[in-house]
Write a protein that binds this ligand. Structure first.
Ligand code: HEC
Ligand code: HEC
Ligand code: HEC
Length: 115
């Protein structure tokens, strides 16, 4: 392998990889999101705090995509059951953390749902 080839390969890799890394770092979405909660009222959600604490995006985003109003859209299409995210993600985790005596999120209705 010639030296020139190695240099060209490294430069090419950097040209493609650096913008991709920058784009994925920038695409964390908003720090704070009001999740749609229908008649029960919206749910103010500290997104950045969860991202920092949980590290793995897929803990939540395996069920709905990284898009604005993803939950509302999937529920309207009938592909995501109402209260599924709430019960199987939010409340499930908060209760586990509470039981373990760790800092935890809210587990009562009106602490999450605000009118
Ligand atoms: C604890 C759950 C949770 C975790 C972990 C999480 N997210 Fe989210 N994310 C949400 C919720 C809830 C929404 C809002 C969906 C909606 O509005 O229907 C959202 C929305 C988004 C959006 C779209 C926001 C918008 O309004 O444009 C992006 C982008 C996103 N997340 C990226 C990420 C990335 C990247 C990570 C990992 C670093 C991550 N999320 C981790 C729950 C989470
Ligand atoms: C940890 C926060 C949290 C708590 C506590 C909570 N909810 Fe929710 N709730 C949500 C989120 C987020 C959604 C939207 C996602 C979904 O439907 O799974 C939601 C959705 C709902 C919906 C469906 C709304 C719709 O029209 O789509 C109802 C009804 C509801 N919650 C009732 C309740 C009741 C009753 C309680 C108390 C027993 C409660 N929630 C406690 C976060 C919470
Ligand atoms: C895998 C675990 C996990 C999941 C899933 C999760 N949370 Fe949390 N949440 C936490 C922990 C841990 C805290 C406490 C963080 C702290 O106080 O440092 C928290 C805190 C919160 C708080 C209070 C934040 C504050 O600043 O006091 C809210 C509101 C909240 N979560 C809403 C939600 C909603 C809505 C969902 C579902 C979309 C959700 N959480 C999903 C672990 C989780």
């Amino acid at each position: 392998m010639s030296r020139n080839f190695v240099v060209v390969a490294i430069v090419t890799a950097l040209i493609f990889i650096l913008p991709m890394a920058a784009a994925s770092a920038a695409n964390r979405g908003p720090d704070q999101i009001d999740i749609f909660g229908g008649e029960r009222g919206k749910i103010p959600f500290p997104h950045a705090k969860h991202q920092d604490n949980l590290k793995d995006c897929n803990i939540c985003h395996s069920v709905f995509p990284q898009e604005a109003d993803a939950i509302k859209t999937l529920k309207a299409q009938g592909t995501l059951k109402k209260k599924k995210v709430m019960n199987l993600q939010c409340i499930k985790c908060h209760k586990q953390e509470k039981k373990a005596g760790k800092p935890h999120g809210p587990v009562t209705c009106s602490t999450c749902h605000v009118k």
